[in-house]
Write a protein that binds this ligand. Structure first.
Ligand SMILES: Nc1ncnc2c1ncn2[C@@H]1O[C@H](COP(=O)(O)OP(=O)(O)OP(=O)(O)O)[C@@H](O)[C@H]1O
Length: 585
């Protein structure tokens, strides 16, 4: 797996003219890009540092953030390009440790990890805020009332681990609720709300609740799922919970114009809510988690929900998995885990479990079991194998769309998803979208020339508050009886019927990336594995793809690619886990 770039000639924009010394070598060697070099040079000038080894280390810290890490581990970073001439490790560490840049506070060195100051401060703040929340006296609990409320909301439908998790949120200011798809996280969150609301009602205080998630689609889905669960609870509990508002984290914290890292709500202007639930927390990057933690009132409950084994945030940090690992074994850990999957079939569960523990032979065995649920198509040439199934599905969507039946079209669309790791290349979404459209043309005798056609599956790629559609939502282009085409998006409030021209950020979705599929499931999923040397291919990516399937999963690729995926864990350098573990000492 490589994270290097191959300079495309001497005018490649990633190359810096005149970059010399180690910075220049790492730049030409495809490790450091132009912005990394520029920031390192600039900091060097400002801080009076000219040692090329230190400047290279700073450049690597900038690069680390671009790659999702919070800091750079100087001991292991030479592994990205072992052939280049790296400084001798001990002397390198010493040069960095003695740099005036450390004294000036521009960078920080801790446990051999070099940070840009901003990221060091964010990590420290996250731990300090979590610690402060935990150090307060716990919430006052009316035990008899709690026992009575648990009995009411259990409703024959709450396992003991779910019950324990729900009760934990009553007793603590902070709860981290983890579990894979279908483990009952929503079921549990709804009961948490009811139990906390009951305590508040007993004390004569109404409870204000915010449901939130990193994306609009995830927030809307959370609200819908929680309201669905609440509807099954006794009237009293449902009424006590009252109104719940769902919104993106950005909206919760309050956008500020022209500022992407600061929000209206912060330590000096806390959120009004008594209970804040954040779903899909694995997608929350370090900066956002820091802003959230400072904005939630110390005496408001915070519940972070997510699956730490899924893909991490696009931005730097791996906060949820760091919290789970860092608190592991600590007596006051806020982490509660749900382990039983109520939704997937046994064979998909077995595969997900083998992936979780990193057992490549087990993963291959699970893929090759004779099962109606899991199929492994071992080939490098997927097109001939997949053509029939993909065309059949696309034709069924098209048929419903041509007949104007929007509901049927969106339902048929959700029966199957083709997931790719990449956007570009022969295993990428763009290629497969084109391929399916070409096959459709051949099959129907009507070539697809225009962007909009009946049966075109749609993926919304950005939030659009004006028309109420959100990043990640899906839909179908449908023909109305008068012949006009309409874009029908399956939003949280039902189907939205829009003129195609009103949608700016929209993609065709005969195939979608695994990244975009996070937080959604389909009955049947086909995962197209990339080549074994793909730098995107990691265990987390494969796990995320596999767990999107409710009842049937087909994996297309080679044994080599499967083994490469299991072996490659998306390692992000962060110090958060260590910081949390250090507390134990
Ligand atoms: N204790 C239980 N007994 C039986 N069925 C359950 C139990 N808990 C949850 N379920 C069912 O399992 C399914 C998944 O539950 P839920 O939606 O709460 O899980 P989740 O973890 O939020 O899933 P996801 O995040 O994948 O949507 C639902 O159909 C739910 O009714």
């Amino acid at each position: 797996m490589t994270e290097l770039f191959e300079p495309a000639g001497e005018h490649d924009a990633r190359l810096v003219l005149g970059a010399d010394g180690l910075l220049g070598d790492l730049n030409r060697g495809g490790v450091l890009e132009a912005p990394d070099v520029h920031v390192a040079r600039r900091l060097g000038e400002l801080g009076g540092e000219s040692d090329e080894r230190v400047l290279a280390a700073v450049g690597l810290a900038v690069r680390a953030v671009r790659h999702g890490s919070v800091c750079v581990d100087l001991a292991t970073v030479p592994q990205v390009a072992p052939a280049l001439g790296w400084p001798e490790p001990a002397a390198w560490q010493a040069a960095v440790a003695g740099s005036p840049l450390l004294e000036a506070g521009a960078v920080r060195l801790e446990h051999g990890l070099l940070y840009l100051d901003r990221y060091h401060r964010l990590e420290e703040q996250v731990v300090a805020d979590l610690r402060e929340r935990a150090a307060q006296p716990p919430p006052v609990v009316d035990e008899p009332a709690l026992a009575a409320a648990v009995a009411r909301v259990r409703g024959g439908h709450l396992s003991s681990e779910q019950e324990e998790a729900a009760v934990r949120a009553v007793r603590r200011w902070t709860t981290v609720l983890t579990g894979g798809p279908g483990t009952g996280k929503t079921t549990t969150v709804a009961r948490m709300l009811a139990l906390v609301a009951d305590q508040a009602a007993g004390a004569g205080r109404p409870l204000s609740i915010a449901l939130s998630a990193p994306t609009g689609k995830a927030a809307a889905r959370l609200q819908e799922a929680v309201l669905g669960e609440l509807a099954g609870l006794p009237d009293r509990d449902r009424d006590q919970v009252g109104r719940v508002e769902a919104m993106t984290l950005h909206r919760l914290l309050g956008w500020l114009p022209d500022n992407t890292t600061r929000f209206r709500h912060d330590r000096g202007n806390r959120l009004k809510y008594d209970l804040v639930v954040v779903d899909e927390s694995s997608m929350v990057e370090l900066t956002m988690m820091a802003r959230l933690l400072e904005a939630v009132r110390p005496q408001a409950r915070l519940v972070l929900v997510g699956d730490p084994r899924q893909l991490t945030s696009v931005g730097a940090g791996a906060v949820l998995s760091d919290l789970v690992a860092g608190y592991d074994g600590q007596p006051d850990s806020p982490v509660v885990s749900l382990t039983h999957n109520y939704r997937s079939t046994e064979d998909i569960k077995a595969l997900a479990e083998a992936l979780r523990v990193g057992d490549a032979d087990g993963v291959l065995a699970a893929l090759r079991t004779d099962s109606p649920e899991v199929e492994f198509v071992e080939t490098e040439d997927a097109a001939p194998v997949l053509r029939e199934g993909l065309v059949h599905h696309a034709l069924r969507v098209r048929q419903a769309a041509e007949s104007g039946d929007a509901r049927a079209a969106t339902e048929v669309l959700d029966e199957h998803r083709l997931l790719c790791a990449h956007r570009e290349g022969p295993h990428g979404v763009r290629h497969w979208n084109r391929l399916v459209e070409q096959w459709l043309g051949e099959e129907t005798g009507v070539e697809i020339h225009s962007e909009w056609y009946a049966g075109r599956p749609l993926l919304v790629t950005a939030n659009d508050y004006a028309v109420n559609v959100y990043n990640g939502e899906t839909g179908v282009t449908v023909r109305r009886p008068d012949g006009r085409l309409r874009a029908v998006i399956a939003g949280s409030g039902g189907l939205l019927d829009l003129a195609p021209g009103r949608l700016d950020a929209i993609d065709t979705m005969h195939a979608m990336t695994i990244h975009k599929s996070q937080g959604s499931q389909a009955e049947e999923v086909t995962v197209l594995l990339p080549a074994a040397d793909s730098r995107l291919l990691t265990r987390e990516l494969f796990y995320t793809a596999v767990t999107r399937a409710r009842s049937r999963l087909r994996v297309v690729g080679t044994e080599e690619a499967v083994r490469a995926a299991v072996a490659a864990q998306a390692q992000r350098a962060t110090g958060l886990r260590q910081r949390l573990t250090d507390r134990r000492a």
